[in-house]
Design a protein around this ligand. Structure first.
Ligand code: ZN
Length: 219
């Protein structure tokens, strides 16, 4: 656990030695962590930061897996719909095209950005950041891309898209025969891999590695 900083001593500490809790704003002295340890806020129990093993190697494996899943998740059928003798195979991409062709161009662009373009950009930024640390080249560009990644995080909304798909499936089951496609399995796997990646790719260690403070973060 981190030590809370009492108000009078706070001004004496250099800024790099102080950390604020994201959840409850408590200011604390930054505890040095050994490998595998994590710092927990003593007031609310939120994880301040962690020192994980093999951050870059494990994150790289997850990013590459996510990129491999991205193509089938978007271009294989999410579901097959059989209504009045007509069968349609719906993918995320045909959904975007369908919205565009039915006069909802604005909605189509938003769905395209939030469910296809931004998630892909996020993964490519993460890949470039990790490669710049792993290969020790272009860390300044890595720093810039990691900043962009943090801005993009608010705009990728795969979870919302998945909820929409699930609600549609539940509603359509009574009206038509619906069978789930391989695309849905890839889509759910992609979401799970991204959630796992968020946990593994500890921002504290990535920022440190990018700014060259921690030479061992790439281990
Ligand atoms: Zn807290």
């Amino acid at each position: 656990m981190a030590d809370p900083v009492d108000a009078p001593g706070l001004s004496d500490l250099p800024l790099e030695d102080v950390v604020a809790c994201h959840e409850c704003d408590l200011l604390m002295r930054k505890p040095p962590l050994a490998r595998g340890e994590k710092a927990i806020c003593p007031r609310c129990g939120y994880e301040l930061y962690a020192h994980r093993h093999n951050v870059v190697r494990r994150s790289l494996a997850l990013v590459i897996t996510a990129l491999l899943l991205y193509v089938p998740a978007n271009f294989l059928p999410i579901m097959q719909l059989n209504l009045l003798g007509q069968t349609s195979h719906d993918t995320v991409w045909t959904g975007v095209v369908g919205l565009f062709n039915s006069g909802m161009q604005g909605v189509a662009v938003v769905v395209f950005l939030c469910s296809m373009a931004i998630p892909l950009l996020k993964l490519l930024c993460q890949l470039a950041v990790l490669l710049s640390i792993r290969l020790d080249i272009g860390r300044n560009y890595g720093l810039l891309l990691y900043r962009i990644y943090h801005h993009l995080r608010d705009w990728g909304m795969l979870e919302v898209y998945l909820m929409g798909v699930l609600v549609a499936i539940v509603k359509l089951v009574d009206m038509a025969s619906v069978s789930l496609g391989l695309g849905l399995a890839c889509f759910i796997s992609l979401l799970l891999i991204q959630a796992w990646l968020e946990v593994v790719m500890s921002p504290h260690q990535i920022w440190q590695a990018l700014s060259g403070e921690d030479a061992h973060a790439g281990d």
